[in-house]
Every structure is written in structure tokens, then in C-alpha cells.
Design a protein. Structure first.
Length: 389
């Protein structure tokens, strides 16, 4: 069998195609500029909060103590139960008090009888002294006896009142409405008024006080900022307080600032701020450790930048990376103030409308061309009445 010969021109054409496939593309591929998240900064009013430690305290606290001597005959409430003002809690043996009332009332009747006799004698002497049937001295003695009898009646009436009051104290009632604590005495215990035996306590825990501690230095700085105009007060939410519980959760009810102490604790150097919170669910209990965020005022005309956008150079200066109008990056040194939430307060170095890179600055170099994309969230340069971001 004979093979057909391949034409020479066909072989040359195939070789040319193979050589052309191995040559590089004369038009190189240009990489697309990287996308960066940018944020246009601007001045605005920023609310300033301070977080302070504190402890809860009952709105009202009453100690229930014995006011008469005697044996406790009965306890009329359950430990930890809610009680109403005037509700009977204990019954102390009333027999001695009843006998004291009977004795005082008998003494009052005796004094009233003596007063009646002395008053009748004085009336007779008034007539007799005019006709000189009795001497002036005898009349004066009768008058003194009558006045003494009136004083004895008043004293006996007061003693009878005290006896009846003490009889009422044998039924120990709740002085306020609130939650009772553990009973400190049992049935059969002997209590004394002279020792003011403590029986139990009643606490009103709705609403609830939260006493915060602020250093005197922070309070002094606050007053200086207010005097200089760097911080302004006002707004419906200025006195509102947010509470963080021991487990880190946020308490659902807002509180209000009641008062600021005027005395500095010499041991701690702090001033007590008293706030009040509603406590309808009784979630707050007396003595709990909490942290509260307190609105101190509003800083007007302030610029904030997100904390991740700020880096530090070897000299410790704060730097941010900007994206210019030509979409090229440039490093700018700024001066920062205090940290407000997750943002730095900028004192100088930036202008309104400039775009800063908020993330990924480590991968960028000055002069790079980038594709700016608006960041998802902005810093808390909010209206004066708005909460922190």
C-alpha cells in the first residue's frame, strides 16, 4: 500500500501556526484598582456619655422594731412576701398592755373625782369669802387644790393615752408597702422596746435607686468644659441613664438622674450621683453591682472618625489615609482627642467632605489608585438629642 505525499506548502503552514502560538500577547492585562471602603467626614454635634460604677439601693427602707416589751404570740406574714402599709406582721402578747390601760383609766377616773370635789369646794369658797365667812388664805388654798386636781386629770388622761398607744403597738404593722425580708424573731421570742428589738425589714424596690460613683477630677473637668462652652447641656435625653447589669446585659428601662452629691468622699475621692429606675419586674435587687451610662452633655461642632481608620507612626502620631479627587491615596497626620464609643474625636487635620479609608489601610501605599466604595456605616456625629452610635 502506498502513502500519499503531503504537499510541502501544507507542512510550512502548520509550522508557522505552531510558532505563532508560542509567542507572548503583545497587549499586557492591567490589574483593576482595589476597592476600599471610604467615609466622608463632617462636623456635627456629638453626645458625650460617661460610664460609672454603682450599686442599687431600695427606694424606701423601713426597719420593723418592737415598741413594747412582751412575748411574740404570732407571725402573720411569709418571709419575702409583698406587704401593704398597715398590714399586721406580728402579734405581741397584749395582756400586760391591756392591764396598763385599765390601770391608767382608773387613775384618770380618780383624778376626775378629786377635781370634781375640789371644784365644788372652790365654788362654795367664792361665795363665803365675799362675806368673810372664810379667810382669803383658805380661798387661795381651795383654788390651788382645784388647779392641782385639773393638772392631775390632764396627767392621768395623757397616761391613759400612752397606755392605749402601747396596747396598739402589740400589733406590729408594716410602716410602708414593699417586700419583706427574713423574719429575725420567731413565735415565743421575747422582745423589748428599750432594746428596740429588730423584727424584720420592709423595702420598696419599685422604683429603685442606683447610686453611682464619679471621681471628683472628672466632675471638675465636666464643669470646666461647660464653662468654656466645649460642652453644652440641654435636650430631652440629657438626664436619662442606661444601666448595664452584672451579667453584661442592658436593663430595658431607662433611669433619670435625681441628684449629684456636694461632698467628696475623702477615702475614695468620689462624689455620689443618685439615679432612679423603674423596677416593675423586680429584676433589680438591693445591693447589686451595676454600671450606668450617663449623658453628660453634647459637644457641638465635633468631627469623629472610626477608630480602625486611625494608625500610629513610629513617633506616635495619629495618621489616616485619604482618597483624593483623583482616587489616589495619601497619608495625613491628624490630632486626635478623646475616644467616644468606637470613634476618635479629631481636633485638627481634616476638613469636611474629605474621604478617609476606614478599613484595609495596611495593604495600601501612598499614591496608589483605588476604587472608593462608600462605607456601610458612619461615625456618631449625630443630632444633639440622639444617642451615641
Amino acid at each position: 500500500m502506498l502513502l500519499a505525499k503531503t504537499p510541502r506548502c501544507t507542512v510550512l503552514a502548520a509550522a508557522a501556526l505552531a510558532l505563532s502560538a508560542c509567542k507572548p500577547d503583545p497587549t499586557p492585562v492591567v490589574a483593576a484598582p482595589p476597592e476600599v471602603a471610604v467615609l466622608a467626614v463632617a462636623h456635627g454635634a456629638v453626645p458625650v456619655n460617661v460610664e460609672l460604677p454603682g450599686r442599687t439601693a431600695p427606694f424606701l427602707l423601713a426597719e420593723v422594731r418592737a415598741r413594747v416589751d412582751g412575748i411574740v404570740q404570732d407571725r402573720l406574714f411569709t418571709d419575702g412576701a409583698d406587704v401593704k402599709q398597715g398590714q399586721a406582721l406580728y402579734l405581741i402578747d397584749p395582756a400586760p398592755s391591756k392591764a396598763a390601760v385599765a390601770s391608767a383609766e382608773a387613775a384618770l377616773q380618780r383624778a376626775q373625782a378629786n377635781l370634781a370635789s375640789s371644784s365644788a369646794q372652790l365654788d362654795r369658797f367664792k361665795v363665803l369669802v365675799k362675806s368673810n365667812a372664810v379667810s382669803k388664805q383658805e380661798y387661795d388654798n381651795a383654788l390651788a387644790t382645784q388647779l392641782q386636781g385639773a393638772a392631775d386629770v390632764a396627767a392621768a388622761r395623757a397616761a391613759a393615752t400612752v397606755a392605749r398607744i402601747n396596747l396598739g403597738y402589740t400589733s406590729v404593722t408594716a410602716p410602708i408597702s414593699g417586700r419583706s425580708s427574713v423574719s429575725l424573731v420567731t413565735k415565743g421570742a421575747y422582745v423589748q422596746s428599750s432594746a428596740a428589738t429588730l423584727l424584720t425589714t420592709v423595702q420598696q424596690i419599685d422604683p429603685m435607686y442606683v447610686d453611682l460613683q464619679q471621681s471628683s477630677a472628672e466632675g471638675l473637668a465636666l464643669r470646666r468644659d461647660l464653662a468654656a462652652g466645649n460642652l453644652k447641656t440641654g435636650g430631652a435625653e440629657l438626664a436619662q441613664v442606661t444601666l448595664k447589669l452584672e451579667d453584661g446585659s442592658i436593663y430595658q428601662h431607662k433611669g433619670k438622674l435625681e441628684l449629684s452629691g456636694v461632698t467628696v468622699d475623702q477615702a475614695t475621692g468620689s462624689v455620689t450621683l443618685r439615679t432612679r429606675f423603674p423596677n416593675p419586674e423586680h429584676l433589680l435587687l438591693p445591693g447589686m453591682f451595676v454600671r450606668a451610662s450617663l449623658r453628660q452633655g453634647v459637644r457641638p461642632d465635633v468631627m469623629l472618625v472610626p477608630a480602625p481608620a486611625v494608625t500610629r507612626n513610629a513617633q506616635g502620631e495619629a495618621n489616616v489615609m485619604l482618597v483624593g479627587t483623583d482616587n489616589k491615596t495619601v497619608v495625613r497626620t491628624i490630632k486626635t482627642g478623646s475616644l467616644v464609643g468606637a470613634n476618635w474625636m479629631v481636633d485638627s487635620g481634616l476638613k469636611d467632605g474629605e474621604r478617609i479609608v476606614v478599613s484595609g489601610t495596611q495593604k495600601l501605599k501612598p499614591g496608589m489608585v483605588v476604587k472608593p466604595v462608600a462605607a456601610k456605616s458612619a461615625p456618631a456625629a449625630a443630632p444633639a438629642g440622639a444617642p451615641d452610635a
